[in-house]
Design a protein around this ligand. Structure first.
Ligand code: NAP
Length: 456
């Protein structure tokens, strides 16, 4: 996002509104006058008194250069006289959107302390005079004018709406992975983003493990608004982020990164996407008995999310017991009342657990396009209750042998496409900082995919 630069007369509300809206939207805020006072070690009045206005204006230009440089995405309250210099305006225009906060000068005079404001020292007439001389410059140099003649709350609401609009224009996103060419991320995000943003972009960027640090530096410097993380970087990216959502921390996996004015926030939307996909099919997680095949990254996040959503019991079956046990231990810590079991990956064990299962999930790559490995024996699916729901996280091919077997038994089933779509929609909610009608957005994405992958 570009910087939002607030201009206007002293007392028009640049600082109060700017700070309040920055805190509402989680963006950094900079007060240019406070920056100059810190740098000079004296108040603005003292600088004027000791060195004169010209000296102050030079310091102001230095402050403009320092505050407007990367990372972008800040709300900056510019000094009242800053737009009077062409050099300052040029930097404002290059790095941000200029919002002139226009407040009736008689309202300002009523609320200002004439003692501490050097330009008010000679009385209100001088102030009205300055307003008349500057108003054209303020208006002409602004991209947007905010009429701030009402209450603080009304002004803040107006400014928040403007900042959200700025954030939504030219949203620049990316998806990183190794390899990355196969990624469907842009096909999922762009149809959603186009509903809300002007000219959104979502670039595929090939990033290797040893290139994560450089990529993050680029994101901060170039003001990339956010990025999706795909294999194999979901754990590796975490050390480069400033804040990690507690759920992502718990899963030890981040698939969505949001850039808020140079601070990078990590989220995980995979597991929530999986639960949203189940809900899309009317499958109730609360009180259900889930059986997960595999104990990799996806299985770990899903198991923990199912526990958070109130599943009655969770079984994790995997070739190696160590990974399954580790997930089970985390679930026990998170939700001690949930029954958790682990076991091996042989047909007899899976069949035995299938008898008491409501939701069976394949979280292994068995059956995935491009992989030779498949399930050698799918007879365990025969043991499922007739009401069980079968989910395969794989979406390519759309119908795996695993799902064919479920279909042959007239069980309800789902492939991994909806999980992929919903994790993207939830990521977009983080990028845009809004709530999206998820079911409607999912329909739009499926249409946009145009049969690229079947949703079953
Ligand atoms: P992962 O971390 O590599 O874990 C893979 C799991 O599968 C491991 O537990 C592994 O067992 C097991 N496994 C691998 N080969 C096996 C075999 N021949 N026999 C038995 N078990 C085997 O992978 P992941 O990220 O969790 O992904 C798992 C699956 O979910 C993949 O198919 C992936 O494409 C899919 N996925 C889909 C979505 C979506 O949005 N639809 C999102 C994420 C993942 P060991 O521990 O014994 O090695």
């Amino acid at each position: 996002m570009k910087n939002v630069i607030l201009t206007g007369m002293m007392g028009c509300g640049k600082n109060t509104l700017g700070a309040r809206v920055a805190s509402m939207l989680g963006l950094p805020f900079e007060d240019m006058d406070a920056f100059i006072e810190r740098s000079e070690g004296m108040t603005i009045s003292e600088i004027f008194a000791r060195h004169g206005e010209e000296y102050f204006r030079d310091r102001e230009t230095e402050a403009v250069m320092a505050l407007c440089k990367y990372p972008e995405g800040k709300i900056i309250a510019a000094g009242g006289g800053a737009p009077l210099r062409a050099a300052n305006l040029e930097i404002f225009r290059k790095t941000g959107v200029v919002v002139f906060i226009d407040r009736d000068p008689s309202l300002i005079v009523k609320s200002l302390d004439t003692e501490t404001r050097p330009l008010l020292a000679d009385g209100p007439e001088k102030f009205f005079d300055i307003y008349d001389r500057r108003i054209e410059i303020y208006r002409e140099s602004a991209d947007i004018v905010l009429e701030n003649h009402g209450s603080l709350a009304q002004g803040a609401d107006k400014l928040a709406e403007i900042v959200r609009g700025i954030r939504l224009s030219n949203m620049r996103l990316a998806v990183i992975g190794d390899p990355i060419e196969h990624s469907l991320s842009p096909n999922i995000h762009l149809p959603i983003l186009r509903e809300y943003c002007l000219n959104p972009a979502c670039d595929k960027v090939h990033v290797r493990r040893d290139g994560l640090g450089d990529w993050v530096k680029r994101v901060r410097e170039e003001g990339v608004d956010g990025f999706n993380v795909t294999m194999p970087h979901k754990a590796g990216i975490m050390e480069f982020l400033d804040e990690i959502h507690p759920e992502a921390e718990f899963f030890q996996s981040v698939n969505t990164v949001v850039n808020k004015g140079g601070r990078l926030y990590g989220y995980n939307t995979d597991a929530e996407g999986f639960v949203a996909a189940l809900e899309d099919r009317g499958v109730e997680v609360r009180g259900s008995r889930a059986l997960i095949l595999g104990a990799g990254g996806a299985a770990g996040a899903l198991s923990l999310k199912l526990a958070l959503c109130g599943a009655e019991s969770i079984v994790i079956l995997n070739r190696g017991s160590e990974k399954a046990e580790k997930i089970a231990a985390s679930i026990r810590e998170l939700a001690p009342s949930i029954k958790v079991s682990t076991g091996g990956f042989d047909t007899i064990t899976i069949s035995e657990y299938c008898r008491h299962t409501d939701i069976l999930i394949n979280a292994t790559p068995l059956g995935m396009a491009g992989s030779d490995a498949g399930f050698k024996d799918l007879s365990f699916i025969d043991s499922l209750p007739k009401t069980a729901f079968v989910s395969d996280l794989i979406y390519s091919p759309p119908m795996t042998e695993f799902l064919h077997k479920a279909e042959s038994l007239s069980l309800t089933f789902q492939n991994g496409l909806d999980m992929l779509i919903y994790q993207g929609i939830i990521a977009d909610e983080y990028y845009l900082d809004i709530k999206i009608d998820r079911a409607k957005a999912a329909r739009r994405v499926r249409l946009a995919l145009g049969g690229k992958i079947d949703n079953v």
